[in-house]
Design a protein around this ligand. Structure first.
Ligand code: HEM
Length: 229
């Protein structure tokens, strides 16, 4: 910071905010739906069917954050901006946390932990629940192995394992689509399109072409120099 030519040293808070603003934004933004649910629960503001509201908010936040975590690498490929990669893990873990709350709401509040009833009423007659459960198991494996220790232990297999995030995301979209009535299928279809795009951008030849085109553009712009004012 500069005041009339003199440089004022940044204080610690300013430095942290400058360096970590995206991390702070990711955590604060991810926590907001949870704060809303806790506030709504204790003030009785979750509508006429609080269990349905919790199911809706946790499910939609989970799929949103999961998709957002998958945009980090494509943003780097498309725009050469690597910073979002630093919040990819945090967003993935938040998505997993919301998915766990989504399950707890279903098993605990909706079915009162009556597992026998749940098994015959939900699991056997509603296949979209099984699809959601498989996605959640994958997300659990990815959350457990997301630490540095596991990255070192699994080496190349870590990358292979974490590619399953795309399978999890596809299963979640299927779960979302399957449980929705026909007129409500727009949102899951939008997620399907966005996820397909994010996956296509990563395919090695497509990725190479995008990076080379971007580099050629920025070199061309640098050669042309600044625009005359
Ligand atoms: C064992 C795992 C899961 C169970 C038991 C489960 C259960 C449910 C149920 C009962 C519904 C509501 C269906 C209805 O209203 O008729 C639902 C909707 C939904 N679930 Fe799941 N789910 C699971 C996993 C997941 C996961 C892993 C995600 C996301 C990461 C997810 C995202 C959603 C979404 C986005 C909706 C639609 C919400 C809405 O628009 O109201 N679910 N799930």
């Amino acid at each position: 910071m500069s005041v009339q030519g003199a440089t004022v040293p940044e204080n610690r808070l300013e430095k942290t905010i400058r360096k970590k603003w995206l991390t702070i934004l990711a955590h604060v933004g991810s926590a907001l739906p949870l704060i809303y649910l806790i506030w709504g629960w204790f003030t009785g503001n979750l509508g006429v069917d609080p269990i349905a509201t919790i199911n809706n908010v946790t499910g939609r936040t989970a799929i949103f954050l999961l998709t957002l975590s998958l945009t980090a690498t494509p943003i780097n490929i498309l725009f050469g901006w690597a910073k979002p990669i630093t919040v990819r893990r945090a967003l993935g873990l938040w998505a997993f946390a919301y998915a766990v709350l989504h399950l707890l709401n279903f098993v605990g509040l909706d079915y009162g932990f009556d597992l026998a009833f749940l098994l015959q009423d939900a699991l056997l007659s509603k296949p979209y629940i099984v699809v959601g459960a498989v996605a959640l198991v994958i997300l659990l494996a990815l959350a457990i192995t997301s630490t540095r220790g596991w990255i070192k232990r699994l080496k190349k297999n870590w990358i292979r394992l974490h590619r399953l995030v795309y399978l999890a995301a596809a299963l979640v979209v299927l779960h979302f689509l399957w449980q929705a009535k026909v007129p409500e299928r727009t949102d899951p279809l939008i997620y399907a399109i966005v996820l397909t795009f994010l996956l296509v951008v990563r395919i090695p030849p497509v990725r190479r072409w995008i990076v080379l085109t971007r580099q050629a553009w920025s070199q061309g712009a640098a050669r042309r120099g600044p625009k005359p004012t």
